[in-house]
Ligand binder design. Structure first.
Ligand code: DGJ
Length: 541
């Protein structure tokens, strides 16, 4: 009997494993987190995005992908150029896609494909010439002043059909060559959609719709999601009387903000058709990336109506097939942007962040504090010395922790710290403990604490393993642990070990005590060092 049970158990494990291998990449919820599941397991993207033109430089791909592999990336974000995929109407050529996928396989990388279709950074520069030249059939947006632009209008069935047909052909091709291998794990549709220089399109069809009733589908969404609407949207709707019928200005009032809502809705309707058709062909997760509305700019000065945090409701209502929206972070305010996009069921994925050594610190915060799905500096091929690159060291540490980190996501069992010249200390409660994280240069023994030199960016994440056990990984952060329960006990450090993980097994490398733990007062990872430390706590009276 025991033997039969053992055989059945083995069979079940094998069947589940094999099933996982065959599963298409998809999204799944774990607690409050949304995870990307690849080959049956949660996957975190330790990524980088290629510069815009790099994927067409075929002769360079091998060197670049090899460097990305050495830099500990597990995923590369690669553009798919409409103009090269469909150089003549209806004639498709996937040379560049095949080259990128093959190279990725050679270097054990996964791929996220970016569809540079109708829109790239608002513009339509990647539309094939046969589209650009036939501007009567494939019309443009028009400014308020009546000037046509190098931007395909969203108010044209021909534009939609052309973009959709090409995207579906791309998805069909990816399905044919990759459905069994799962090198391609996710799709980005278009790139940084948004209207410029005005907040909305003024072509004839746009004007007509702007002066027509707000679609019922949007009104229904507003009514059914009233309690969770973004405050900005709710406020416009409320201050105009919570009307449930009327034209855009009647329901939301006059102004750029209403123009932007109209723009977001119509981009959303267009994109929904493309994503829906693409997913029908090959159902990979799909996200949209956003050029951010930074520095107090108004809609139109930034790309109006893009997949921005304050427009999440509009995008969800208009384009329910899009799985989530994602920020391209080129500005200051990293922590604030992360918080804005990790909200109301929208997972944080950073498909682009300015190429900088400081990403080596930021990445720990994104994964630890915000259950991020992935992190991806732009123009990643600019890494000159992959082994020495700071982000490589962070990715090396994170790649060891992926199983533990993904197991902890969405359950409130992790937190992140990120410090710079202005933010040097932060207190967080995790489980039964109050953690005070500090920039290591704040300690008196660091010359930088008093000599006026700038503090480099540093960061760390913490994973709670059990009530009294934690892992800390990162660079340049010290953490003290105090009892957060009001029970009269004082917390002490039982032990700290520097560790590494091999095949998921924790291996101690060095006992960290004495000077390395400030004589038992804290856990510390020096600036310029990257490691993982395992701490056990105890409590006394
Ligand atoms: C954001 C865009 O999404 C990228 O494709 C690229 O154009 C960068 N900006 C350039 O900084």
């Amino acid at each position: 009997m025991k033997k039969i049970i053992a055989i059945l158990l083995l069979y079940a494990i094998f069947a589940v494993g094999a099933q996982g291998q065959n599963q298409q990449p998809h999204l799944a919820k774990q607690g409050t987190a949304t995870q990307l599941i690849v080959d049956g397991k949660p996957f975190l993207i330790l990524g980088g995005e290629l510069g815009n033109s790099t994927a067409s430089a075929l002769a360079k791909l091998d060197t670049i992908f090899s460097a990305l592999h050495q830099a500990e990336l597990n995923t590369v974000l690669v553009p798919a150029y409409w103009e090269l995929i469909e150089p003549a109407e209806g004639k498709f050529d996937f040379t560049y896609i095949d080259a990128a996928i093959n190279k990725a396989r050679t270097y054990d990388l996964k791929v996220v494909i970016l569809w540079f279709g109708a829109w790239k950074n608002s513009m339509s520069c990647y539309a094939p010439l046969w589209i650009k030249e036939n501007y009567k059939k494939y019309p443009r947006t028009v400014t308020k002043a009546g000037q046509p632009q190098e931007i395909l209008t969203a108010f044209s069935a021909n534009n939609l059909e052309a973009d959709k047909r090409a995207f579906v052909a791309l998805m069909e091709h990816i399905h044919n060559i990759d459905a069994a291998g799962h090198t391609v794990i996710m799709m980005q549709v278009e790139n940084e959609i948004g209207m410029i220089p005005d907040a909305r399109d003024y072509c004839k069809d746009a004007d007509k719709l702007f002066n027509s009733a707000v679609p019922k589908k949007f009104i229904d969404y507003l009514i059914s999601h009233k309690s969770t609407l973004h405050p900005q949207l709710l406020n416009r709707w409320e201050s105009n009387g919570l009307r449930t019928n009327g034209i855009w200005t009647e329901i939301f009032g006059e102004g750029l903000e209403t123009d932007e809502l109209f723009t977001a809705w119509n981009y959303g309707v267009f994109v929904e058709e493309i994503v829906k058709a693409g997913k029908k062909t090959y159902s990979l997760p799909v996200y949209l990336n956003a050029a951010l509305n930074s520095r107090g700019r108004k809609p139109g000065a930034y790309p109006s109506g893009g997949p921005l945090a304050h427009l999440l409701d509009v995008w969800r209502a208009a384009a329910p097939s899009v799985d989530f929206i994602a920020p391209d972070i080129y500005d200051t305010g990293f922590a604030e942007w992360c918080a804005l996009y990790h909200t109301a069921g929208n997972p944080l994925f950073i498909p682009e962040i300015k190429f900088s050594d400081t990403n080596a610190a930021k990445v720990f915060y994104a994964f630890g504090e915000h259950d991020a799905m992935g992190f991806s500096p732009f123009s990643i091929e600019d890494i000159s010395n992959p082994q020495e690159y700071p982000l490589t060291k962070s990715y090396y540490v994170l790649s060891q922790l992926l199983p533990l980190l993904t197991a902890a996501q969405g359950k409130g069992n992790t937190c992140g710290f990120w410090f710079d010249d202005t933010n040097k200390e932060r207190t967080v409660t995790l489980g039964n403990y109050r953690l005070i994280g500090r920039h290591v240069y704040t300690y008196g023994w660091s010359p930088q604490s008093t000599d006026g030199s700038p503090f480099p960016e540093v960061g760390a994440l913490v994973i709670k393993l059990s009530d009294n056990e934690f892992l800390v990984a990162g660079t340049g952060v010290a953490i003290t642990f105090a009892n957060a329960l009001d029970n009269g006990f004082v917390t002490g450090i039982a032990s700290i070990d520097k560790v590494q993980f091999e095949d998921g097994k924790m291996i101690p490398i060095c006992r960290m005590n004495g000077d390395q733990s400030h004589q038992g007062r804290h856990l510390r990872i020096e600036a310029g060092e990257w490691n993982i430390q395992y701490i056990k706590l105890y409590n006394y009276k």
